[in-house]
Design a protein around this ligand. Structure first.
Ligand code: ATP
Length: 123
């Protein structure tokens, strides 16, 4: 357990660092920008199709899941690149596993997108 005294300034600083991470992700990371564009398209479509409350929960949940997976994947990639700039079979496993997490979240997002949008668009 951390025995340091609670400090509101430290908590505010933590938020600042976290927002800096978001800025790094959405501005510098190509995948971050692609996922941001996909999320904006999904949200605009959701407003246009007037989806229900539970559909909003599903759409916003999968968008968040993709962002969380991709942010953690990016962080792990950056850490791995520092720890082992040269090829290492264990780093390959770490990076492939992190990429798999993004893939799972992305598949789920596509599936939910189909379930929510396709009937409203084409049926
Ligand atoms: N240092 C390394 N050692 C072993 N394998 C690596 C290493 N760096 C990359 N790889 C392999 O190459 C793949 C792609 O790695 P990379 O870091 O380029 O990820 P990426 O998904 O292409 O990056 P980005 O998300 O920036 O486009 C990894 O999943 C892993 O299989």
């Amino acid at each position: 357990m951390n025995n340091e005294k609670f400090s509101i300034i430290d908590r505010i600083k933590s938020f600042k660092y976290a927002f800096n991470g978001l800025k790094l992700f959405f501005v510098n990371d190509h995948n971050g920008r692609i996922h941001l564009c996909a999320a904006i398209v999904a949200i605009v479509l959701s407003f246009y199709l007037k989806i229900s409350g539970s559909e909003w929960i599903a759409i916003l949940s999968v968008i968040s899941a993709v962002f969380v997976a991709e942010i953690l994947n990016s962080a792990l990639e950056k850490l791995a690149d520092v720890v082992s700039p040269d090829y290492h079979p264990k780093i390959k496993i770490v990076k492939d596993l992190a990429a798999a997490a993004v893939l799972v979240a992305a598949f789920l997002a596509v599936a939910v997108g189909f379930i929510v949008f396709i009937p409203k668009l084409f049926l």
